[in-house]
Design a protein around this ligand. Structure first.
Ligand code: GLP
Length: 254
């Protein structure tokens, strides 16, 4: 378990744990481990991106050391690209498999996959939401933070009531996402994402933020107006947000 971290109550219902970058993965893994200790078959939503990589490495390390049991975990997805079907390499599903699920021995059929086939996508999004309900709802939703304040692919303008749906990605997001893939020109311009409303229904939410580039947007999300213009600010509508930030990302929190 991570020691020596500072947990601060930043706003009603918003707790922030500020850690060194070396402890970031471990602090995030503690959230998962505590959830699984309370409920071994917890439904947990996993994000992609550079931010959660230290979390996935730490979970794999703990699993190898026999310190965590992932065998009953029910993973669900947060977002993906529209058109990222099957074994398309530019897909968050396949990214998550490569970085975490496959090495953790979590077979693909156990993962509630975000639909990505443009054919019948609206219906598939409704089916996705039903699948969350059939699992009893999300126990812990982990999130990264986009440079423009997005959560999942809920770009600025996403209302608090939004549900799982197709969304047009902003240029900022497409450019930021280019680093995940070898050929930047192939990054899709539309995504499919849990809505803000879907995310707010999770029983607990862990917002993971690291690096100096996110310091400004983290401050805006936590202290600025609650507005769809900054989707992450809408997380403050519910009183169960646990922010894990490294010192660089927390540098503007005051
Ligand atoms: C991406 C993903 C999000 C992710 C965010 C931050 O666009 N859709 O789910 O949390 O942007 O990414 P990163 O952690 O690489 O900064």
């Amino acid at each position: 378990m991570t020691t020596g971290v500072l947990t601060r109550q930043l706003a009603p219902g918003v707790e922030a744990q500020i850690v060194s970058s070396a402890d970031f993965g471990s602090a995030a893994a503690d959230l998962v481990q505590n959830q699984l200790s309370a409920k071994p078959n917890a439904v947990i939503g996993f994000p992609t991106g550079n931010t959660p990589l230290p979390l996935y490495h730490e979970l794999l390390r703990r699993q190898k050391a026999g310190q965590i049991d992932l065998s009953r975990l029910q993973p669900v997805m947060l977002d993906d690209y529209l058109g990222a079907v099957g074994d398309n390499p530019i897909s968050f599903f396949n990214w998550l498999r490569r970085e975490f699920f496959d090495p953790a021995g979590i077979v693909a059929s156990r993962i509630w996959r975000m639909p990505t086939d443009p054919d019948g996508i609206d219906q598939a999004c409704r089916r996705y939401e039903r699948g969350l309900m059939e699992r009893g709802g999300v126990d812990l939703q982990l999130l990264g933070l986009g440079l423009n304040g997005h959560i999942g692919f809920n770009e600025p303008g996403s209302p608090a009531e939004s549900r799982t749906r197709v969304i047009k990605l902003t240029e900022t997001t497409t450019a930021a996402n280019a680093v995940y893939w070898p050929d930047a020109s192939k990054v899709p311009h539309s995504g499919v994402t849990m809505g803000v409303g879907t995310i707010l229904e999770a029983r607990s939410i862990g917002l993971l933020v690291n690096g100096a580039a996110k310091a400004g947007i983290l401050r805006t999300a936590l202290f600025g107006p609650m507005t769809p213009a900054v989707p992450a600010s809408l997380l403050r509508k519910v009183h169960k947000i646990h922010v894990i930030a490294d010192e660089a990302a927390a540098s503007k929190l005051g």
